[in-house]
Design a protein around this ligand. Sequence first.
Ligand SMILES: [Fe+2]
Length: 279
Amino acid sequence: MRRRGSRARHQGGHHHGTYAPAVKRSHPARLTQANPNRNQGAHWDCYGDQIQVATNPRPAKSPVAYVHPSKYVDYQLNPDLATAQRCIALLAREGFSVSGNAGFDWIHDVYLILIRMFPHACPPTTILSLNARYDPHYHLKVGATLRSLRRDGYLLIGTGGAVHNLYRNRWAPMLRFRDNFAMDSPPEAWALSFRQSVEDVLLKTSGPQLRRAMTRLMKHPDYRGAHATDDHFMAAMFVAGAAGDFEDEGAAAVLGAETWELTNMCNSQFTVGRWAGRL
Ligand SMILES: [Fe+2]
């Protein structure tokens, strides 16, 4: 599928960590409060100054390496096109170069999470791209622009990873035994260090301090070790924008689940605020 002006990072073996983890147990999703779903994933990155919103009424699923299709082929996707138009309008009003993309197929960073979170049925979901310049403040502003949706009961999800450097993972057990959770040595110091800083920022700061601290993490001495590319960390900026207003000072935040995969990759699931939605 060709997408004008954007690229999907997964085709051809670029990994979302491994794919298996999300299917087996957990996924590095960072959540903020609140029904239908607004979702920003790490694998759809637009060139130039663009951001795009998925407007494909019948999206296919991009296949996932290492995961048997039976785990996801039958899950019926539920694109929320009305909310897509609403997101486009909100972003345009803030000056973003934003457009709909009617040819976009959903990628595992979104649908595998939805399968795990909502196994019985996909909630109405709208997906946004990243911008491939990976400016933390840009992505923070995307979250800040869309945070008003929380008041209408939307759940905003940023999907990426706390520690996600595929070049420094230990792949042998996965390649030999299909075991993504095998760990024949502990995670390395740089990975543990950065993971701890991510937890500290999410659980010990709130409001505008959360925004400042999250963007500052990209200057952490272990940041580049933990993220060889910036794509998987932008979701954290989106979340900090969406949940880091003055109104959010003192908001509850929890680390609800976590896995280490391929020895050095840490998938942490945080929730900021509360979501009373039922599906
Ligand atoms: Fe990924």
